[in-house]
Ligand binder design. Sequence first.
Ligand code: THU
Length: 158
Amino acid sequence: MKEFEIVIPVKAVTFDELDETDRKLVELARQATERSYAPYSHFRVGAAILLSNGEIVTGANQENVAYPSGTCAERTACYYAHATYPDATFKTIAIAARDTTGNEITRPVAPCGACRQALLEYETLAGENVKVILVGANDIYILPSVSATLPLAFTDFD
Ligand code: THU
């Protein structure tokens, strides 16, 4: 038997420690939570994606009375980004959320498994790491890549 560990590098930083570009993305992700449509969970999530052409695309979760028909903020943003700018690649994504009281969540928000898989597709297309910024009211976590969020990901058929 062999045993190994998979280690994920995470930097925990404050807002002030971010560079200007990342601060802007964090602010836009926070603002995007205001455009969430979450009448069922009241959990409002926002995402902001920086593209290689300099554009920043945002998205928010969109719920539906038929619950599974709703979509997370990350997938709203990444599908819109690639449908709008198919020739651009993803550079960085920031994700923020507010809880049912309307306050920003204390711990950095973690994307669901389906969103990690969806985002991985665009990291693969980019051919380089897409930085992930998980935003909380206190800490902000920075991961170097989408693949770091999804160890042992399904990537191909062979
Ligand atoms: N949600 C997101 O938008 N992103 C995530 O990473 C996790 C969950 C949404 C889906 C649903 O509208 C609400 O948050 C509660 O699960």
